[in-house]
Design a protein around this ligand. Structure first.
Ligand code: CTP
Length: 400
């Protein structure tokens, strides 16, 4: 998403300048071109040479220096940029930008910019919460600038509070999300995704569960968020890190998943039910750990859980419903039956016995089936690629 993007990074004078060097490095790894403009105060913290080496481009600090690449430098930099990112942005640069003051190279570039401008404020907490700074931030937002909220934590001045520059990886996520919302093909869609397996407790330490890792559902959540959708991920227990800019609702049992999904259902445009839902739960849940007291076999009576997807099919209004069918035999017949039984608009069928498919692996081999009997088979690909192909199908179907 940042590949080929031209980014002018404005660096102002705060202790977080060192993080800006890492940000340049990460932006370049994403494929962006970066030109750095530093204020003179920033150059007191880290030398322009550092940024020159990391960005691969000359660093501009002073209005009156001669630079071979640019004629009227502030204008050419402003015109070159697809994005102008100010990180760290001090209270001083926020105040100057809000007031339209242009008394050095960076503030002049900001005033001349035609590209989106993203400010990443970083300063002492008191300076940040000061009404003057807050009013400047508000004004900049009114002017169409984007503000990335600072993080909280230990600050260089020895206090703890709000005002830290977020980590470079978080700034990159923020930029990617901003671009996705502006240009993504799923912007405006609300997508509800379920992932991972549900667990049904037997006693305080044991549960009945399944082998689902959550990889497929998390991949759909990541792909949808990167394409600009508003994503809610209802997840059973999973070791995976949820993708950024996704609302996560953690659940454990099938009934908890049902409740969370029903709460989000009315507002959803699309539902992708990738979770491996436990169909049964123990009738009795012991209050205390079950002891192995005798040599007799232990009998656990399982009773049926609700079928969440079937319920969604019954309640369906405008929603586009995508189910999954993980099968070990009669793949197509079983999947086709689930489309009818659960009133689905599409099902993703996979034979979990195939190599490179199913639980806990990074690839999958799936077929998409539709209510009119059409089917599309995909070759083996990563779960992230499957997720994007799935979303392509959803988009094509809802735009019909
Ligand atoms: N599903 C659900 N609630 C359940 C069981 C399944 O919402 N109690 C959803 C799954 O998330 C999946 C689809 O229904 O999208 C199919 O799940 P699957 O386990 O393949 O099928 P089942 O309907 O449970 O039928 P069976 O286990 O008999 O194959």
């Amino acid at each position: 998403m940042l590949k080929g993007k031209k980014i002018v990074l404005g660096v102002t004078g705060g202790i977080a300048v060192y993080k800006a060097a890492d940000l340049v490095s990460k932006l370049r790894k994403e494929g962006a071109q970066v030109r750095v403009v530093m204020t003179e105060a920033a150059a007191e913290f880290v030398t322009p040479l550092t940024f020159k080496e990391i960005s691969g481009n000359a660093v501009a600090v002073n209005m009156w220096e001669k630079h071979r690449e640019f004629n009227v430098e502030h204008i050419s930099l402003a015109e070159w940029a697809d994005y102008l990112v100010i990180a760290p942005a001090t209270a001083n640069i926020l105040a100057k930008a809000a007031a339209g003051i242009a008394d050095d190279l960076l503030s002049t570039v900001i005033l001349a910019a035609r590209s989106p401008i993203v400010f990443c404020p970083a300063m002492n907490s008191q300076m940040y919460v000061n009404p003057a700074t807050q009013s400047n931030l508000k004004k900049l937002q009114e002017y169409g600038c984007v503000i990335m909220p600072p993080a909280s934590g230990f600050l260089a001045c020895g206090t703890t509070g709000v005002g830290r520059l977020p980590e470079p990886a978080e700034i990159i996520s923020f930029l990617r999300r901003h671009i996705a919302l502006k240009t993504g093909d799923l912007t405006g869609l609300k997508i509800l995704i379920t992932a991972a397996g549900t667990r049904e407790p037997l006693d305080p330490v044991r549960f009945v569960g399944n082998r689902s890792s959550g990889k497929m559902g998390y991949a759909v959540a990541q792909a949808a968020a990167e394409r600009g959708a508003e994503v809610v991920l209802v997840s059973g227990p999973s070791a995976l890190q949820p993708p950024p800019y996704v609302k996560v609702v953690n659940v454990e049992t099938t009934r908890e998943m049902m409740e969370a999904v029903l709460t989000e259902y009315a507002a959803a445009d699309v539902v992708v039910k990738a979770a491996a839902v436990a169909d049964y739960c123990p009738r009795e849940v012991a209050d205390q750990k079950i002891k192995k007291s005798t040599d007799e076999p232990l009998t656990v009576v399982l009773e049926k859980n609700p079928d969440i997807l079937k319920r969604l099919g019954e309640l369906k209004k405008h929603q586009f419903l995508v189910g999954f069918a993980a099968e070990t035999q009669n793949l197509l017949a079983n999947a086709a039956e689930k489309i009818q039984k659960k009133n689905l608009d599409m099902i993703v069928a996979n034979d979990v016995t195939l190599a490179g498919a199913g639980f806990n692996c990074d690839t999958n081999v799936v077929r998409f089936l539709f209510p009119d009997g059409t089917a599309r088979s995909l070759e083996k690909m990563t779960k992230f690629e499957v997720a994007n192909r799935l979303l392509d199908e959803v988009k094509a179907a809802i735009n019909k």
